[in-house]
Design a protein around this ligand. Sequence first.
Ligand SMILES: Nc1ncnc2c1ncn2[C@@H]1O[C@H](COP(=O)(O)OP(=O)(O)OP(=O)(O)O)[C@@H](O)[C@H]1O
Ligand SMILES: O=P(O)(O)OC[C@H]1O[C@H](OP(=O)(O)OP(=O)(O)O)[C@H](O)[C@@H]1O
Length: 211
Amino acid sequence: MSESITIALTKGRILKETLPLLARAGIEPLDDISKSRKLVFETTADGVRLVVIRGTDVPTYVRHGAADVGVVGKDVLLEHGAEGLYEPLDLGIARCRLMTAGPVGWQQDGARIRVATKFVNIARDYFARKGVHADVIKLYGAMELAPMMDLADLILDIVDTGNTLRANGMEPLEEVASVSSRLIVNKAAMRSRCAGIQSLVDSLAAAVEAA
Ligand SMILES: Nc1ncnc2c1ncn2[C@@H]1O[C@H](COP(=O)(O)OP(=O)(O)OP(=O)(O)O)[C@@H](O)[C@H]1O
Ligand SMILES: O=P(O)(O)OC[C@H]1O[C@H](OP(=O)(O)OP(=O)(O)O)[C@H](O)[C@@H]1O
């Protein structure tokens, strides 16, 4: 690739699943990311560098053009918006579901329900569309604790195996959205450096196909 490209990666579980796809597309970090405190990594591909950040920061870097391309969960795009971004590729990794969940056997008995979540925009939109009066309570983690402590009636959170819910006496109720990680691209970069970015998108699409 002749033009330089910066790719913003979501650290944690998405990173682990992204690296094999990047490797199949011929992009491997020169350092071992898991053993390094660095945030920027040069790669085996000429002009391609990686930055490793929190998922919620990935769309911000890409929207402002500080990174050209990013990898982020669909949940983050739904919650924080995708303006200024193209979403050309579903990478099919870190698959899970956004669901409502409640204590086993829970039944609504009042006009309003209290919902604890870190996905407040998704939750407000979801319950408004259902015509349910929901008081949405923002939390930053351990959503499953909120009903146990009578902070909330329900939660809206990510569910994969369901083990976390079961371990805390809860059950999944309704699916709000299906989630996987997406490749996002800065709209201006897509226009001005179309060839380099399109070639990256094509290589990653082939890597996803081969996975
Ligand atoms: N249990 C899961 N199974 C599969 N994918 C998941 C699961 N939990 C989260 N994800 C996906 O991985 C992304 C990152 O989740 P992770 O738990 O690594 O970070 P986080 O703690 O939610 O984020 P942060 O560190 O920014 O607060 C989520 O946005 C979602 O797309
Ligand atoms: O259905 P499961 O397979 O149990 O997965 C769901 C759990 O995974 C995520 O948490 P994570 O393990 O990432 O911990 P976190 O609270 O640090 O995000 C999510 O917030 C759920 O708690």
